[in-house]
Design a protein around this ligand. Structure first.
Ligand code: LLP
Length: 414
């Protein structure tokens, strides 16, 4: 089912016209569909139904409390990368016992916070982090469940900024060093080895790299078993791509079948950390045309959203489809959709054929993941509002910031 679709020429989120949302809450505005989020989570959970598993939504993709709460109510686990994300998960009603903590730079404070909350497991990314975690856990009289994040040196064939599973990337523990570190972990106070995992990158559109990476982790797990270290879970990470333009990413069911087949008869729980494929298609960014500016070389539609609201085009040259909120019949022109920020890199889309007039609303599609969560206040622009649509109802999930909010923690010299 399409959660963002035209009805009588008007683009809707579920049963609510986007124009009505823009009228009520202003623009730019992120709009999420509860049904899309729920459907995507159920597709993930259902795809692994035949195998012991836990879907741990990668909070970084979209950390709005309402979004987290929708997933928490479904029984989701969460993959976090900071104490801030842990606080959000707990505030949204998430279960700490279903939280895995990833990231290369966990501070001692964050470790204490996660131990006190009772998270499921730390995805440890280096020998130094393992030593610190042991000290911190022992000092507070707790045991940290640990899964080493292995860098399998597999090419995910994605944008270089979001590839994480190669030797030259900062992530994970080199596969060759993993066995030795597990032996050490077994001896360390405050540490209980529970799993192994990897995360090789994001927006991956083929199954091959996932299967290859899992194969390396399983090779390691088998070697550990031979030494009497039996792992309770394998974490396959996130990374499954979605369709922004013309990509044809694997279907979740096919991805799941390939992983489960890879596991063979091993009685091990499978953890998954999808972010983009849950949240991406579930959100759009609605923005209004401020000015049309025709030029000799290019035509610019200046809209009220900018790179500070949606950074992906500027940062990764990412493509997002742009749809008019009201279908217009007039002649189409090729537009670069740009924002008010003073940078040439401030574009949301380029060379799009649209019939636009000043004041029109457009929707930047597939913006539910890494949109709002990567937004900033650059150019002293208050961040956008976020609205969740649920059938015919709309819920303001985050108020638009004010300029006063932006200045609230600053002060001038006496
Ligand atoms: N697990 C770990 C340890 C991760 O680092 C990530 C994403 C995920 C899971 C979720 O991956 P996903 O299923 O969303 O691909 N800002 C970039 C994407 C950065 C991804 C960072 N790590 C973008 O907008 O394309």
């Amino acid at each position: 089912m399409a959660h963002f679709a035209y009805r009588n020429g008007e683009l809707h989120a579920e049963d609510v016209p986007l124009a009505r949302i823009a009228g009520r809450y202003g623009t730019p505005c992120y709009v999420y569909s509860r049904a899309a989020l729920t459907g995507a989570w159920r597709a993930w959970d259902g795809a692994f139904a035949g195998h012991d598993h836990l879907v741990c939504y990668a909070v970084k993709a979209n950390s709005n409390l309402a979004v987290l709460n929708i997933l928490a109510r479904l029984g989701s686990g969460f993959d976090i990368v900071s104490g801030g994300e842990l606080a959000r998960v707990l505030a949204a009603g998430g279960d700490a016992g279903r939280v895995v903590f990833s990231g290369v730079g966990k501070s001692a404070d964050e470790m204490r916070q996660a131990l006190a909350a009772g998270i499921l497991c730390f995805n440890v990314e280096s020998a130094a982090e393992l030593s610190r975690l042991s000290r911190v856990a022992a000092a507070c009289g707790r045991t940290a469940a640990v899964s080493l994040r292995i860098n399998p040196d597999i090419d995910a064939r994605t944008h270089p900024y979001i590839a994480t599973g190669l030797k030259q990337n900062k992530f994970g523990i080199a596969w060759e060093e993993a066995l030795a570190l597990y032996r050490r972990a077994r001896e360390l106070p405050g540490i209980a080895v529970t799993g192994a995992g990897c995360h090789i990158g994001s927006q991956i559109t083929e199954i091959g790299p996932f299967v290859a990476a899992l194969g390396r982790i399983l090779e390691l797990a088998d070697a550990l078993r031979a030494e009497g270290m039996v792992l309770g879970h394998i974490d396959a990470g996130g990374g499954l791509g979605i369709r922004y333009r013309d990509e044809s990413p694997p279907r979740i069911a096919d991805y799941a079948a390939a992983l489960v087949e890879g596991l063979g008869k091993r009685p091990v729980r499978l953890l998954l950390e999808p972010g983009r494929s849950l949240a991406g298609p579930a959100g759009v960014l609605v923005t209004r045309v401020e000015y049309l500016k025709r030029g000799a070389a290019r035509n610019f539609a200046v809209v009220d959203a900018a790179m500070n609201d949606l950074m992906r085009p500027a940062l990764y040259d990412a493509f997002h489809e742009v749809l008019p909120v009201a279908r217009a019949a007039g002649p189409q022109t090729e537009w670069d959709i740009v924002g008010p920020v003073c940078e040439t890199g401030d574009f949301l889309a380029r060379g799009r054929s649209l019939a636009l007039a000043e004041g029109d609303l457009v929707a930047i599609m597939t913006a539910g993941a890494y949109g709002m969560s990567m937004s900033s206040n650059y150019n002293s622009r208050p961040r956008a509002a976020e609205v969740v649509v649920d059938g015919g109802a709309m819920h303001l999930a985050r108020e638009r910031e004010t300029v006063a909010d932006l200045m609230a923690r600053e002060s001038i010299l006496p």
